[in-house]
Design a protein around this ligand. Structure first.
Ligand SMILES: Cc1ncc(COP(=O)(O)O)c(C=O)c1O
Length: 318
């Protein structure tokens, strides 16, 4: 996914641009001890013909981040637009001309022992070059996890709260050790929630089906983008409803969505082929459409993108 970053990489930390090597927190930091941080994940796509790097839906990501921070009573003062500008500045300072991943992180920053939460918090934004997260081009093999998805009343899964990712880490570790590419977590009621780090979709009888927000899922922005593409471009009916485990075994197609995994086809689940066992036509089309939109090649979705560099007319580039 991303390699070790050069310590001289410029990051936004304590309200200024600084070297990664200077961006350090103390061992007693509340978030480090108790998981009281909230993070985001945003992609930027390099468009070679336009000599431009596009951040994908940064405003939506920062709005989600600020809302989720509210769950932990963490205040991030800049607006979503200002945070997008800060991020573009970080990317420019590092002169990235490749696909990037951006990791905003807000956290309870007081350095003391004790669970209670005070108002002291801080945030950072790091941008890094990224390559493919999971090579999903040939389709993935997913396994239903023995770990259940955390309940909203225990740790809000929609919150992208650092501590809640122990749930996904355990499931992902188990899945990989058992020979799967990714885990699928069920709710305590036994319904399909999502992958360890991604949302899940099924295709049945020509309709797109996704577990609803009330199934303890993270309300994915890629999920939202893919629903819009399915409705607008493929004229598909999109249904949000509870999904049983065995529907995974009888569906026609299945795929994951997420900032990192993008649109990742699932061709086997629990050692059973999904549909024909090949990447299905709906999945292939949505994967292509999403990639086109994210790279700025679909005019109808250009408003999802924020250019990082000043546009230079093609003739004056040489
Ligand atoms: C647990 C979980 N579910 C779903 C997603 C997909 O969300 P998004 O499409 O906003 O990246 C992610 C990744 O961010 C995730 O960590």
């Amino acid at each position: 996914m991303t390699g070790q970053l050069n310590p001289q990489t410029i990051v936004f930390f304590e309200n200024r641009l600084t070297a990664l090597s200077e961006a350090r927190v103390g061992i007693l930091t509340h978030a480090l001890n108790y998981g009281t941080g909230v993070f985001e994940g945003i992609r930027g796509y390099w468009n070679e013909p336009e000599n431009q790097l596009f951040l994908l839906r940064p405003r939506e990501h920062f709005l989600r981040w600020k809302q989720n921070c509210g769950i932990l009573r963490i205040e991030v003062p800049p607006s979503a637009v200002e945070l997008s500008e800060i991020t573009a500045g970080v990317v420019r300072r590092n002169r990235y001309r490749c696909d990037v991943y951006v990791r905003p992180l807000a956290y309870k920053s007081s350095e003391r022992i004790g669970l209670h939460m005070d108002d002291q918090s801080a945030f950072a934004i790091v941008a890094m070059p990224v390559s493919a997260y999971l090579d999903s081009s040939k389709g993935l093999h997913a396994g239903v996890s023995s770990w259940r998805r955390i309940e909203d009343n225990a740790i809000p899964g929609r919150g992208k709260i650092c501590g809640s990712y122990v749930n996904g880490a355990l499931a992902s570790d188990e899945a990989r050790r058992n020979g799967f590419d990714e885990a699928i977590l069920l709710t305590e009621a036994g319904h399909v929630a999502e992958g360890a780090s991604c949302n899940v979709f099924l295709v049945r009888h020509g309709k797109l089906i996704a577990p609803p927000a009330s199934e303890n899922i993270l309300e994915g922005i890629t999920r939202d983008s893919v629903m819009e593409l399915a409705r607008q471009e493929l004229r598909l009916e999109v249904i949000e409803r509870p999904v049983d485990r065995t529907e995974l075994y009888i569906c026609d197609e299945m795929f994951f969505t997420g900032t990192m995994v993008e649109v990742a086809p699932v061709i086997r689940v629990d050692h059973r082929p999904v549909g024909t066992g090949e990447i299905g036509p709906v999945t292939a089309e949505l994967r292509h459409l999403y990639s086109q939109a994210a790279h700025g090649r679909l005019n109808a979705y250009r408003d999802w993108l924020m250019p990082v560099y000043e546009s230079v007319p093609a003739q004056s580039r040489a």
